[in-house]
Design a protein around this ligand. Sequence first.
Ligand code: SAH
Ligand code: SF4
Length: 411
Amino acid sequence: MTLTDTNTASSRTAFIEKTPLALYVAPAKPSLIGLSRAELAEVLGTVGVPEGQRKMRVQQLWHWIYFRGFTAFDAMSSVSKELRAALAERFTLERPEVVAEQVSVDGTRKWLLRLPGDPESGLPHDVECVYIPDTERGTLCVSSQVGCTLNCSFCHTGTQRLVRNLTAGEIVGQVMAARDRLGDWPGGVRPTDGVIPTGDRCVTNIVMMGMGEPLYNFEAVRDALLIVADGDGIAISKRRITLSTSGVVPMIARAGAEIGCMLAISLHAVRDDLRNDLVPLNRKYPIRELLDACRNYPGVSNAKRITFEYVMLKGINDSIEDAKALVRLLKGIPAKINLIPFNPWPGSTYECSDWEQIEKFSQVVFDAGYASPVRTPRGRDILAACGQLKSATEKLSARERMALRAMAMTE
Ligand code: SAH
Ligand code: SF4
């Protein structure tokens, strides 16, 4: 497959996955953000810290970097002056650069983040990160790739030709950049505009639902989420971290075993023929195999349910028969169902289901025992997905904000 093959609607069904380009070139002075404790210890070795001291020094650095959110070494008072200077000479604590910020009246914030780009053309790579505040929690929607390896037919990110995997540092860096902007570190100053949750933390939940397929960038996503969940630093519990996948079956067990966060599955169809069209990866990993992987997801239980996302596409997957089949299909799996009204984008061939149809569909799901399958906290507006906001330079519409709330999945 050449890159140009991916550019037309007709060719989008012709392949399953794109190959990510190995375009990332670390800056001459790399950031320490995203390194594990073991990797940090190695770094300390390179600046002359004796082995016996490294564990303790790592603990100190971890506190300054991930608990306090410091962006420079020089104020780290428990670290010796010499070590601070040695680190500052060779490393930074940089996060992705925020190049645009949009704040909506209800406090939803969207940041466009700039990452090191193509070393040949010099073109930057951008990803988006969206913050959705509510009264008691704040959810951050984080990206795992520039573009996406896959090409779901209803998803705008899938149309992007370029794919680059984010590094662990760039993934953790999104969380840190968001917390910087929100004054969400100890002693930080909160923004005065928009809504901020009432508790002592602004970012309480993470959803890997921005751009990209997280299980096609497994190691970086895993390493990043383990840092985000580390109790001595950012400390967001794994129960408050949700990874959404389009169904990369062989990686699901590893995600459970090695990350242990909450899982969401982009199901969207109850029959293989339709799912093959909507989520072409289904041709590789059909529904039955996907659901088997869910049944065996490590730790799955009624207290730790898997969320099934189902985008409502008019006349495509939204019949009452589909709703009944959905309920039958998920029988025996500890599940939550999240109906997502389709958010159209320029060039998309689908329409969002009518609200009446969504309600009827939702009723079937509700009658089967699933609580509030459509998240519409306010009104009947329709919704959007995090992964497609990058293209929209205008302010988030009311609809999109509602959508983001629906996607926040923090209940
Ligand atoms: N790649 C992962 C995570 C990012 S997409 C995945 O596919 O699960 C996050 C969610 O947004 C997925 O459920 C995806 O199917 C959904 N989505 C993508 N485009 C959408 C659109 N235009 N309208 C509504 N939901 C959409
Ligand atoms: Fe990629 Fe998810 Fe969009 Fe599919 S829905 S193209 S997997 S981001």
